[in-house]
Design a protein around this ligand. Structure first.
Ligand SMILES: Nc1ncnc2c1ncn2[C@@H]1O[C@H](COP(=O)(O)OP(=O)(O)OP(=O)(O)O)[C@@H](O)[C@H]1O
Length: 275
């Protein structure tokens, strides 16, 4: 943090401002304070910092191996923070885990899961009700509303494995929404997802943030970050910037984050980053 309270990237020097909580957000759902995250002795991410107020969405952008998934795992309490801190909903990541939703990358999912779409979504309620109690009317209503929010209410009875990859991704988002998380983490949710599914995912996310849920999305899609996110965190082992898309998704900062060569201007002046 610089002397005027602005958040600056490690390199280059262009300062990027982090939204203050009173600029339309509520209390902080996530605070990264010079967090260094390591697998064993090897740091994967160094001195990451930023805040995500309630109801806001931040995109994690960076090349393959930049540490996006690592940061998500650290927010979940699965990878240790070796210096600095990560505060989730005012608690340590491990203590806040019950209030945090997580949608993994689609290609890590088992499509042969022998359950219906409706049952997958209902699983989102189990952390709330415990695995022993049977889901009640309220749980079923929450699951049905979540499935409706991703536009797949009509597939409730179908077997999960019979859905397309993009539809399965939407079901997993519905499962996370059904849990009513206060912070939702999505690891590359738009990989292999068609435009219709992507629109449905974005609409469902907008409904969720309107209720105060904060969202962190790891993505390679810069246009999406521009359109759908309040802030962008540029990562490549170090943090290069954290702030509104207009201030962070600049050719200079992207070139620095991607090590130069992998960023180019695409059609209509849109910056394209090759993963
Ligand atoms: N379990 C692990 N043990 C040791 N190192 C790991 C482990 N998982 C990831 N890493 C390393 O941490 C670094 C960051 O990886 P990470 O998966 O977080 O990147 P990413 O930005 O999500 O990449 P991608 O866009 O390819 O998904 C990489 O150098 C990777 O090799």
């Amino acid at each position: 943090m610089s002397s005027d309270g602005r958040l600056v990237g490690d390199a280059p020097a262009t300062p990027t401002r982090l939204a203050e909580p009173d600029e339309g957000g509520g209390p902080d759902a996530l605070v990264l304070a010079e967090a260094t995250v390591a697998y064993g002795r090897v740091p994967a991410l160094e001195r990451v910092r930023g805040r995500v107020p309630a109801g806001r969405t931040v995109a994690l952008i960076g090349p393959n191996g930049a540490g996006k998934s690592t940061l998500i795992r650290a927010i979940l309490g699965l990878v240790p923070v070796v210096s600095g801190s990560i505060t989730v909903l005012g608690e340590t990541p491990a203590r806040a885990r019950r209030e945090v939703g997580y949608v993994p990358q689609a290609d890590t999912l088992d499509a042969d899961f022998p359950v219906s779409v409706g049952q997958v979504v209902l699983m989102g309620r189990y952390r709330r009700i415990g695995w022993v109690r049977r889901p009640g009317a309220e749980d079923r209503a929450a699951a049905a509303a979540a499935l409706d929010a991703v536009g797949l209410a009509h597939r409730e009875k179908d077997r999960f494995g019979t859905l397309s990859g993009g539809q399965r991704q939407r079901v997993l988002l519905a499962r996370a929404i059904a849990a009513a998380p206060r912070l939702l983490l999505l690891d590359e949710p738009f990989n292999g997802v068609d435009a219709v599914s992507q629109d449905a995912l974005l609409a469902a996310l907008a409904k969720l943030t309107a209720t105060g849920t904060a969202v962190v999305i790891s993505t390679h899609d810069l246009a999406l970050a521009h359109l759908a996110c309040d802030d962008v965190c540029l990562l490549n082992r170090h943090q290069f910037a954290f702030g509104p898309p207009a201030a962070t998704l600049t050719p200079e900062l992207l070139r620095a984050t991607y090590g130069g060569a992998a960023v180019e201007l695409g059609a209509h002046g849109v910056i394209v980053a090759r993963p």
